[in-house]
Structures are given as C-alpha cells and as structure tokens.
Design a protein around this ligand. Sequence first.
Ligand code: GLA
Length: 389
Amino acid sequence: MEGKKVLESFKTLYGAEGDIRLFHSPGRINLIGEHIDYNGGYVFPCALEFGTFGVVRAREDKVVNLASTDFDLRVTTTLDDLQYRKEDDWANYPKGVIKIMHDQGYSVGGMDILVSGNIPNGAGLSSSASLELLTAVMVEKLFNNGSLPRVDLVKLCQKAENEYVGVNCGIMDQFAIGMGKKDRAILLDCDTLNYDYVSADLKGYTLVIMNTNKRRALNESKYNERRTECDEALEALKKYKDITSLCQLTPEEFEEAKDKLTKDNISKRAEHAVYENHRVKKAIEALNSGDIHSFGELLTASHNSLRDLYEVTGEALDSIVSEALKAPGCIGARMTGAGFGGCAIALVDKKEIDSFMDSVKKGYLNRTGLKADFYFSGIGEGTEEISLK
Ligand code: GLA
C-alpha cells in the first residue's frame, strides 16, 4: 500500500483529528557477508526502496493501539503492560521496541499506530527489523525531539529481537535498515561497528531479488543452533589463537589451526565464517576496480559455502540459484539473509532481464513445483519520517 493510502486508512480507523505523522522503514538485502555479523565479520547490505509504512498520533493517555493493514489482529495495550504475548503475534515487534525504550529511560507515550508492509512476510527481507526501526524512529520523533543517535536505536532494536522476541540475530538487519542511504550499500565491520557507504556501480548489471516462496518457517531454532556452533568453534580456537571472534582469523591462520576443531560440523561452520569474511573484502576490491564478473563469482562462491559448509540453504534456495546461474545474462547468484527459504539475489545483465526471469520461472517450477516471484529495487533510504506538507 502507498503511504497516502495508509494515511487515509488511519483516519478511517482512528479519526482525522490531531497531529498525524507518516513514516517509512525499508526492507534490506545483503549483497555478501552472510552469517558473519555475529562472528565479528564484514557484511555488505543495503536498504531497499520498499518496506513498511507507519502512521502514528501521540495520545494524552498511556494507551497503545496497534493495527496493521496486513493482519486482522489488532492489539490495544498500555505502557504499563508491554509484556510479550504469543497471541499478540506481529504486534510483539512494536511492543518490544517500546518496552526496551521505556526500560532504557527514553521518553515514551501512548500512541495510535497503523502499519502497512510491502515486504512479503517470511521472505528473508527483514520485515521484522523494518517494523522495529519504524517503531523506534516514531518514538524518537514523537517523544524525544528526534535527536537520538541512530546507532543507539539500531542497537536497541537488535536487543528487542534478541531478548523480547527471542531470536539471537546479529546487528546487520537493524543496521542496514536504520542507517541505509539512497544509492549506497553499507560495508559494516561488525566487530567495531565502523562502516563505510559504498556506491555499488554494477556496470550494466542489476540485482534481481528472487523469492522462492518457501517460507522460512521454523528457522529460528536452526539460526540459534548455528550461533552456538560458532561459539563452540571460537572457544576451541581461542586456546591456540589470541582472538575474540572467528572472523579475526585470516584463511591462512584458520588452515593452520583447523585440525584443532575435531567435530566436522563445528569445523565447517568456522571455515565458512573465515572464508566468507575474506570474500567480502575481495568483493569490495572487485567493485572498486570495476571487475563485475569477479564480484558475481564471489556471490556464487558465497552461496556454495552457505550450502556445503554452513548448511542453511535447502532445496528451494539451491534450486533457484542453480536455475539463475543457468539462465541468460546471470553472472552470480546467492541466497540472502538467514536462509532456509526466503529470497536469493542474482546479478543479471540488464538487457537479458526478461529472458532471465522466464528461464528461472520455468526451471524453478519444474524442479520444485513452486512459483518464483521477482522484485526489482534500487537502494533506498533508511527509516525516515515522510513530510506531509
Ligand atoms: C538474519 C539475521 C542477521 C544475519 C543474517 C545472516 O537476517 O537477522 O543478523 O545474521 O540472518 O547473515
């Protein structure tokens, strides 16, 4: 739904009086650097042009009304009752952020909120982080003079996801969404949170987002399991190397130390982390020198490692990526986000887009019985208020 329509729906739902404000928070893709944000590695995500709209009005009392154009479920609660409740479903994301801001001493107040998402749910494009940042920025603008450091909002949204929702995610999604800049990808060092905006000149190629339409159901426990496996690898390697995260190791250092990891799965997870981090650095070099073919090869190598070493792809993602790599104009493809379903990205010659989509659609349907969807998006701006003047 467009912002203006969400605004109209808000007025119908809650009434047109008072100071009503409109916000937008993007989705994200990650170009390369997967499953290494929580291993102190480099990631290279960007915000999308589509995301979640939110309309909000402050209230005089402590009531928080939460409604969405995408779900029937509406939740009414108060600032004194922001506990997680399973039955509150999607509304737990805004509730969690408001609660954490309240607990951390930020100023919060009652609100009427209507949200409307253009990010397909369960597609791995971070609809939840988008909603979290949307809420945090609304609270910032309504009750905190719009003057809070954005990185602080990013961190508290990650905390909401970790501690309130219970998914032990890294910082990449919230950072990409909160700090996104139009036409710039973000090279983020997750060890230090230093970052650079990089203009991703794709030289006549474009990124196509391919939705497997296989929902990422039940992936939370697998995600947390991967994190535990990485922690186990780190603990074992720390006895021999002076490190605080896996990605501090170069591939050479890892090769020297890897026989200390006696369990096959633990060794594979660590190998992925170390080499994926190395690939991100190579990918930036390739982009900076205009070598788009090498960039594409690195994307594909990243997918292969996520499939063989990290084991987070699955049949749908592997099928769509291999169909993409066979299709006209494609020079690289990989899953993006957490994996286990959701979306992949492909780097495709702009002149071949139609035949590319045609070929992937047929091949993927043939292999999996599922229909693929395709999205195109430039790089969008991070979470922001939209002026209504
Ligand atoms: C999810 C998490 C991120 C990151 C990716 C994998 O999107 O929220 O923190 O770990 O998976 O790269």
